[in-house]
Design a protein around this ligand. Structure first.
Ligand code: PLP
Length: 398
């Protein structure tokens, strides 16, 4: 069952309330799996009956506290979606015309669009040959006096060398934003991804590991950044704690901002979905390991991608590398069984091959070589062992 239209949702909601054990799952062999259970419905219903259902409703604060507890960071802040979250960081850093923002050409369009909308210039930094680490040599070449920010995007939840590149950027006064929309719960060196850059944003769109339908959250270290992001999120309403603003707390018209708030109804779903994350991770890790090991035993031609990090666990979907010709055959065979590899779904290509971003093209030969060799397989908790074996048999037949 798929929650598509409002009408369907209402019918489902009625059905779920009258059948408390019903469990929703996406039937397609997709990496989108939303499990709505009784506790999710109760949480949303409780939010609906609270004093406020706006972005200032109590469920938003609660979700933020739950996130801070899970990720063990001082501050978290929800916003309307991760694309807008990236835009908020550009506003916070006052990045605009004349400024350069580094990003990998392997990122999705959602990462680059805010840069163009801020009027800044995107500069593409290549990956290492055959993996998704940022190439340090290329990074050093692409940094200029105009560089203000680097956005790191670990694709499909595989941790990359964000620790190393954050050190390099910090030494040059360049801020780092982790776009961790695939990485809820991924660890690097015993810390969750999100602890390495200056800021981290995680989307909670329905395709991500923690969902609120649409939405996103930040992990933030510095109180001053937190206060200023609060201001940006809500029309510039004064939140900063400097003594000179003590008497104007909550006033408008001192600072600029827009409206990037998440509604309390979405946040209520986030709190219960977050509780499921450890269990999801466990199953996804098992599924990913099983698929990778079976493929490994079957052939030398197909290998799970590796960034060479201490922990290679990832939970979004697994990504394998093969020859260009075999990759095309595998994607097609999978597609015939309704299993759509992410690179196929998104017509994955270096961003600068798309017309809108072509003016910013720069040489990224490693990204160009890597992309046509990879395919992804879903590993989510809604899949059975038989379904994983089906994926394997389809691949064996190519
Ligand atoms: C999903 C995604 C986004 C955008 O998230 P939204 O919340 O849908 O705006 C940004 N970056 C990456 C890497 C994503 O996967």
């Amino acid at each position: 069952m798929c929650i598509g239209t409002t009408k369907n949702s209402i019918i489902l909601l009625y059905h779920l309330i009258s059948n408390p054990k019903t469990y929703i799952r996406m039937k397609k062999y997709d990496n989108c799996h939303v499990n709505i259970e009784q506790e999710d419905i109760e949480s949303v219903v409780a939010a609906l009956t609270a004093d406020s259902i706006s972005g200032k409703g109590p469920a938003v604060k609660q979700f933020e506290q739950d996130l801070a507890h899970f990720f063990k960071v001082p501050h978290t802040l929800c916003c309307s979606n991760a694309t807008m979250g990236i835009y908020m960081i550009l506003l916070l850093e006052d990045i605009g015309p004349g400024d350069e923002v580094l990003l990998p050409p392997t990122a999705p369009v959602m990462t680059i669009l805010p840069i163009l909308n801020a009027g800044a210039t995107p500069v593409f930094v290549d990956n290492e040959p055959g993996n998704f680490n940022v190439c340090v040599t290329d990074l050093q070449q692409k940094i200029s006096d105009k560089t203000r920010l680097l956005i790191n995007v670990p694709m499909w939840g595989y941790a990359n060398n964000v620790d190393r590149i954050s050190d390099i950027c910090r030494a040059k006064g360049i801020k780092v934003l982790e776009d961790n929309s695939h990485c809820h719960g991924t660890r690097l060196k015993d810390s969750y991804l999100g602890s390495f850059g200056d800021y981290a944003i995680f989307s909670t769109h329905e395709r991500k590991l923690v969902t609120t339908g649409e939405g996103a959250f930040f992990l933030i270290r510095a109180l001053a950044d937190y206060n200023r992001l609060m201001e940006l999120r809500s029309f510039g309403e004064v939140c900063r704690t400097d003594p000179e603003y003590r008497n104007v707390q909550g006033a408008y018209g001192f600072f600029s901002g827009l409206n990037f708030k998440m509604s309390a109804i979405n946040a209520a779903l986030g709190s219960t979905q977050l509780q499921k994350l450890p269990a999801k991770i466990k199953v996804r890790q098992e599924h990913g390991r099983y698929l990778a090991e079976q493929l490994h035993q079957y052939t030398d031609d197909i290998r799970e991608i590796t960034n060479g990090m201490p922990s290679e666990d990832n939970y979004y979907s697994i990504v394998c590398k093969t020859s260009i010709a075999r990759r095309a055959r595998i994607e097609e065979a999978l597609r015939q069984s309704n299993i759509i590899s992410d690179p196929l779904r998104y017509q994955y290509q270096p961003l600068y091959k798309m017309p809108l971003f072509a003016p910013y093209a720069s040489s990224c030969p490693n990204a160009e070589a890597l992309i046509p060799t990879i395919f992804s397989l879903p590993v989510h908790e809604g899949l059975s062992k038989e379904e994983l074996d089906l994926f394997l048999n389809i691949i064996y037949s190519t």
